[in-house]
Design a protein around this ligand. Structure first.
Ligand SMILES: C[S@@+](CC[C@H](N)C(=O)[O-])C[C@H]1O[C@@H](n2cnc3c(N)ncnc32)[C@H](O)[C@@H]1O
Length: 240
């Protein structure tokens, strides 16, 4: 089946009315989550205040509901096909997990699997993770941020696209509650070295053992890399 037919099939399956309600958040009226070209340009500008996220933003509502339930919130940044997010939410029913991924078809596929399994402590958000984190997630409210197998952007001229750079570490620091964990994994040795260097330079974090993960919490890309015989590196840091 050509790739776009797989995409169409995933999106179609997601609309199956016989399934429980979708776990994908509807951006609603939030200008940040709905950001189009002009809005993206505005969100990228740092010379004037960003537009506020809407009071009825579904990400805010997700955090409000978690706080009311006393449930710790974890975020999976770039959740891809969602294997880790589903496994983590299943292994830890006490948490609420927000999986953010820019590719709608990947989310659709995972959403269908979650709904068939009756998962309820997991929500999906399709879009640019950085905008949602920077403008919609309440500061100090996150127990763990998982950044697993982020795109390595190996060419020097693309290095600015990597997640592990000081501004994003700053952002994660702002979002984490005290004692919260930043958790990362990669198959790229140079990128892992950069992660370690970036985090070692920030004494607001201390390196700790990565969260324990069962077999169902291996990510889709991790399984692919391991099957190819690649070495996978993993680390975690706690906000002091
Ligand atoms: C290499 S894949 C890893 C996916 C998953 N974590 C895993 O290990 O199987 C990286 C994922 O991050 C997503 N991604 C990259 N940049 C993103 C961004 N700025 N916002 C949301 N998703 C992003 C990509 O679409 C892709 O699905």
């Amino acid at each position: 089946m050509p790739r776009d037919r797989h995409v169409m099939r995933a999106l179609e399956l997601q609309r199956d009315p016989s399934l429980p309600p979708t776990l994908e958040l509807d951006p609603g009226a939030c200008p940040v989550l709905r950001a189009d070209g002009a809005m993206k340009e505005r969100l990228e500008r740092r010379d004037r205040p960003p537009p506020p996220c809407d009071p009825a933003c579904p990400v805010r509502a997700f955090f409000d509901a978690a706080r009311a339930a006393g449930a710790p919130v974890e975020i999976d940044v770039g959740s891809g096909y969602g294997r880790f997010a589903r496994g983590r939410a299943a292994a830890h029913p006490e948490i609420r997990l927000l999986a953010v991924e820019q590719e709608g078809a990947r989310v659709a596929r995972s959403d269908v699997i979650s709904r068939r399994a009756g998962q309820t402590n997991l929500a999906y958000l399709v879009g640019e993770a950085r905008y949602a984190l920077e403008f919609c997630v309440p500061p100090g409210s996150v127990a763990a941020v998982h950044v697993l197998f982020p795109d390595p952007w190996p060419k020097d001229r693309h290095a600015r696209n990597r997640f592990f750079r000081a501004p994003n570490v700053e952002l994660v620091h702002r979002l984490l509650a005290r004692g919260g964990i930043l958790h990362a994994a990669t198959d790229s040795a140079p990128y892992f070295a950069q992660m370690l260097g970036t985090m070692a330079a920030d004494d607001r974090f201390e390196r700790v053992a990565p969260p324990a993960r069962g077999p169902d919490e291996r990510t889709d890309f991790e399984l692919k890399f391991l099957a190819q015989g690649k070495t996978v590196s993993e680390a975690a840091w706690r906000k002091r």
